[in-house]
Each structure stands twice: as structure tokens, then as C-alpha cells.
Design a protein around this ligand. Structure first.
Ligand SMILES: [Zn+2]
Ligand SMILES: [Zn+2]
Length: 198
């Protein structure tokens, strides 16, 4: 059986039965579970099936609404449309990519996921270069409004640039850990400006 045929077979099987275990699929199609996992990947990405406990579930119903929560263009925390310039991208250990609209939501999600984050990427606010979130510098309480979630968080590649930015526009510079702490502290003090966090 060609891989393409097998993938279609898998798709049909899951659609018929709604729920299937990886081991069932592996037995029926006489291929390894690893092959099944590989075949399932595009189906999961296209939204036809979703992973469930110990297996996979048919999920075309959800797929009918173009903006399900899994859409890569909406923020995983607040469902806001993601603008690439401010985006905070999280790659989980299973290679699943989650998008957050800005570093505010990105830091919140990053903390929720904990050790399930393989890599997190954001952008330098001034130069738009791609930076690793763990080594980025975070500016909060600045006077510049980025028009996303409150309290807002801006990201910089270089500490020096962040410091200069703060000199001109006010605010404070934090590293990754301190920024996460400060964000939670501020949200506790003032509540969040983002309605979805309530
Ligand atoms: Zn958001
Ligand atoms: Zn945001």
C-alpha cells in the first residue's frame, strides 16, 4: 500500500469509528506505531483528527469553523489575531506550534506549559530580528503603546537597546524570569486589561 493510500485509509477509519487507538491502527494496517504517528501528523495539522487520551479522535465538526482555537493565526491565550511583528511563538516538545499575540500572552502561555516548551521565539521590537525568548530582554511600564494586551510587554534582543529604549520612553527592563514574575505581580495588582483573562 502506498503511503498516500494508507493515510487515506487511516482517515476513513477514524471517520467511521470516531475514536481509535494508535495500536488498533497499527494492527489493522500492519505497520509500526511509529509509521501511524507519522501518517497522523498531517491529518492532525489539517484539523481532521485530534489527539485524545491514548489515541485519536475525528474532529471534522470543529474543522468547519475556520477559526477554531487551533488556528495558527489567533492567540492561544486571548484569541486575538496574531500580528507577526509582535508574535511570540512557542514550539512544544511534540513540535506543535502555538502562537501568542504578544509577549504578554506569550509569557503567560510559556509559564502554563512549563517544561513542555522546546523553544520560544519572539521579535526584537526595534529591529524585528528573531530572538530566543529565554535570552530576550523585556520592557514593561513604558509609555509607548503597542495596542495589544495590558500590561504590555515589549521584547528586545540586546539589553543595551532595551535600556536605551527605557531611557527615551520610560519603563523597566527585565530578563525572562523577572518579566514573567513582574507580569503576574502586575496582573494581581491591577487586574488585566485583556477581557479574556478574567
Ligand atoms: Zn493574546
Ligand atoms: Zn497581546
Amino acid at each position: 500500500m502506498l503511503p498516500v493510500e494508507r493515510r487515506n485509509r487511516i482517515k476513513n477509519l477514524i471517520q467511521e469509528r470516531q475514536n481509535m487507538k494508535i495500536s488498533e491502527l497499527s494492527e489493522l494496517l500492519k505497520v509500526s506505531e511509529m509509521t501511524i504517528h507519522r501518517d497522523l501528523k498531517p491529518l492532525i495539522e489539517e484539523g481532521f483528527v485530534s489527539k485524545s487520551f491514548g489515541g485519536v479522535t475525528w474532529s471534522e465538526v470543529e474543522n468547519e469553523s475556520p477559526h477554531s482555537t487551533q488556528s495558527s493565526n489567533t492567540c492561544v491565550i486571548c484569541q486575538r489575531a496574531v500580528c507577526e511583528r509582535l508574535a511570540y511563538r512557542i514550539i512544544r516538545n511534540d513540535n506543535q506550534i502555538e502562537m501568542a499575540c504578544c509577549a504578554h500572552c506569550g509569557l503567560l502561555r510559556h509559564q502554563q506549559l512549563g517544561s513542555d516548551v522546546m523553544q520560544a521565539i519572539c521579535h526584537d521590537f526595534l529591529r524585528q530580528t528573531t530572538i530566543s525568548a529565554g535570552s530576550a530582554w523585556y520592557v514593561m511600564d513604558t509609555s509607548v503603546q503597542i495596542d495589544c494586551c495590558q500590561p504590555q510587554v515589549l521584547t528586545f534582543e540586546l539589553q543595551e537597546h532595551a535600556e536605551k529604549f527605557v531611557t527615551g520612553f520610560g519603563g523597566q527592563v527585565f530578563d525572562f524570569t523577572a518579566a514573567t514574575e513582574r507580569l503576574h505581580q502586575k496582573m494581581k495588582e491591577h487586574g488585566s486589561g485583556c477581557p479574556h483573562h478574567d
